[in-house]
Design a protein around this ligand. Sequence first.
Ligand SMILES: NC(=O)C1=CN([C@@H]2O[C@H](COP(=O)(O)OP(=O)(O)OC[C@H]3O[C@@H](n4cnc5c(N)ncnc54)[C@H](OP(=O)(O)O)[C@@H]3O)[C@@H](O)[C@H]2O)C=CC1
Ligand SMILES: CC(C)(CO)C(=O)C(=O)O
Length: 310
Amino acid sequence: MKIAIVGAGGVGGYFGARLAVGGADVTFIARGAHLQAMQEKGLRVRSALGDLHLQPVKAVSDPAGVGPVDLVIIGVKLWSTEEAVEAVKPLLGPRTGVVSFQNGVDAIGILTRHLERGHVMGGVAHIAALIEAPGVIRHHGTLARLTFGELDGSASPRAKTFLHACERAGIEADLSQDIQRAIWEKFVFLVGLSGMTCLTRTPIGPIREEPFTREVLRDVMGEAAAVARAKGVNLPEDTIDRQMQFTDSLPRDMVSSMLGDLRRGNRLEVAWLAGAVVRLGKEAGVPTPLNRAIYAALKLHANGAAHNDG
Ligand SMILES: NC(=O)C1=CN([C@@H]2O[C@H](COP(=O)(O)OP(=O)(O)OC[C@H]3O[C@@H](n4cnc5c(N)ncnc54)[C@H](OP(=O)(O)O)[C@@H]3O)[C@@H](O)[C@H]2O)C=CC1
Ligand SMILES: CC(C)(CO)C(=O)C(=O)O
């Protein structure tokens, strides 16, 4: 399977490297020092699931020379999505799938505004990974799962081919018949995890153990679920219980990637997490006071340490 990955960071770099080792023909569309390091020294993944060193790597800045592929994976941060879509266009053939594994619930809307709907698929990544140094991806913990699917729920040939590519690469993967629901379920969970870990600057352990912060965590997730239902997403009744159970299964010292970004003074995706709950809640007439407060507390840091006065 011919796969192009736009954005070779934590998500794109980790899963792309595994897919390439598993036999897929993977090209990374990357830039800057990370691209240069991949071209010169290959791509390294450091992971409890097995280190790997992909050398040589197909990595380019300009997608024009790559030609049509079977699948494009979008692995950029959400503020780069529109720019990434431009990089996708030269990679499209008539049946190419384009799947975003970004967080939040906005990616499919952005992709369908810029590309023909038939190209667009949906995806969710469960992993904690980042670029540790140019050319090096660090995977924290052992969670590394992809869920993806067609917007109409069909088991299309391209979706099945990607599932097989994941299986050959040893990647835990699910082909979902209701990818919107899977995207919103992760959103509900992550709005809670990212909001509460960033607000308290604390890993999940103490937040879930202290009854008061646990209750607030649950309510933060509850606002996101209420917005989902108001928008017609078919979330099961027990969504919050299941997301709390999942939260209880995480390592005690687990933080959200957004807290990692906050600590490092990086830009934050908060506009697409708590901010999206507020924005979509307003549209649907659902009150979201907790996410409003979280968004207010983090918005001043959203452009990174270099851009705030604090
Ligand atoms: N990291 C994780 O563990 C998880 C992340 N996610 C989601 O996945 C998405 C990606 O996150 P993550 O992997 O952490 O991001 P990273 O910042 O690690 O990687 C993104 C990479 O894409 C590059 N990039 C941005 N725009 C372009 C472009 N137009 N062309 C080529 N390269 C580009 C960036 O370069 P530059 O630095 O120069 O901008 C960077 O190297 C986010 O939405 C995130 O929420 C989901 C689950 C887990
Ligand atoms: C919680 C986690 C690590 C799960 O994939 C995540 O997506 C994030 O923190 O951004």
